[in-house]
Design a protein around this ligand. Structure first.
Ligand code: ZN
Length: 346
């Protein structure tokens, strides 16, 4: 038994499909970290120094191997001009789209992450985390929403769905998706310049729970693929996060070439392992509802079961399938982190 790796070596091995000493653990915990900081969440999630402090405090408490840094799902949208509402007990939410007519897409400029709120605050948080603990823990500085998801925020979900279903404005839809790809890629590059170890995109709208696999292939896939290729050319590791049951698009999802696939609990772990095993690293996929309201024994059992399926052959980072809810008990988070040490040794 070899428990000699650092967190960074452990995560690196898992992502590169090499055998680590044990299964590494990530926490998708910006909400509980902010919620338990003692300050209103809306204050923490718009201030890079407060956010970094909350993430640091959580890491000191739980000792996970990978930090996922973000402030929700509205960062890129807000930088693009979408109206966003900040809440005291949950992540910010997009409200009013910025693009009234899709024909006006050419008028939107790609924001400069260094000077545009809130991207500049997340960059600040990433720099602090890298400076303080970047040699001891893997920092995934998340580039927020991917092309498809950001498009639904910039233009509005229902308008985008109608236009995709009608199929008459494809030229503009592709222009919108390409704009969103540029926004997220520029932000990802800026985040990686802070010294973070990897970055990610969230594409919940691209999942089969929202659009059909045919629509995913027609609209979302090639923009995700281009992002992966562009970032790979810079030697950057990208995680792709799609919520819901991704089984119908697993092969496409893998074919984007993203080095880490973040899947949630609705994706059958056996099917995911069969598709991704030996090809791509899987991250997840514990049920966040169980982590929020289950007992520590139930959490322990779920972790053990998942480790049995996903541990063989490496390519596995244990963690929640999606963002942890604000009030997830610390006891359950400790149980999750400790389970990898109990059951995840190679
Ligand atoms: Zn998710």
């Amino acid at each position: 038994m070899n428990q000699s790796m650092t967190s960074i070596e452990r995560v690196f091995a898992a992502i590169h499909l090499q055998t680590p000493d044990r299964v590494p653990v990530d926490l998708h915990n910006f909400q509980p970290a902010a919620f338990t900081s003692g300050l209103p969440m809306d204050q923490v999630l718009r201030d890079g120094e407060l956010l970094a402090q909350a993430m640091l405090d959580a890491w000191r408490e739980f000792g996970h191997d990978m930090i996922l840094l973000e402030n929700g799902t509205a960062c890129n949208a807000q930088a693009c001009g979408v109206e966003v509402i900040y809440r005291s007990d949950a992540a910010p939410a997009t409200h009013t789209p910025v693009l009234k007519r899709i024909e006006d897409i050419g008028r939107l400029a790609v924001p400069d992450p260094e000077t545009t709120f809130p991207m500049c605050e997340i960059l600040k948080a990433a720099r602090i985390l890298v400076r303080e603990i970047g040699d001891r823990v893997w920092i995934c500085a998340r580039a927020d929403q991917g092309p498809m998801d950001l498009a639904s925020q910039v233009y509005g979900m229902s308008d985008l769905m109608v236009d995709m279903a009608m199929g008459e404005k494809d030229e503009y839809i592709f222009q919108l998706l390409d704009y969103c790809r540029q926004v997220t890629t520029r932000y990802a590059l800026a985040l990686m310049q802070t010294g973070a170890h990897s970055t990610s995109i969230g594409e919940p709208v691209a999942g089969p729970d929202v659009i059909s696999p045919r629509m995913y292939r027609k609209y979302a896939w090639r923009f995700e693929k281009q992002m992966v290729d562009d970032l790979k050319n810079h030697g950057i590791i990208l995680h792709n996060h799609i919520c819901g049951n991704t089984v119908p698009i697993l092969e496409d999802f893998i074919q984007t070439g993203a080095q880490v696939l973040e899947v949630d609990h609705k994706t059958d772990p056996h099917k995911a392992k069969a598709a991704a095993g030996g090809r791509t690293c899987l991250l997840g996929n514990l049920d966040t509802s169980l982590l929020a309201s289950g007992t520590p024994d139930q959490v322990d059992a779920a972790c053990r079961e998942l480790i049995e399926v996903w541990k063989p052959g490496s390519g596995f980072i244990l963690g929640p399938g999606c963002a942890l809810g604000s009030t997830t008990p610390a006891e359950n988070i400790h149980t999750l982190v400790e389970s990898a040490k109990k059951y995840g040794v190679y």
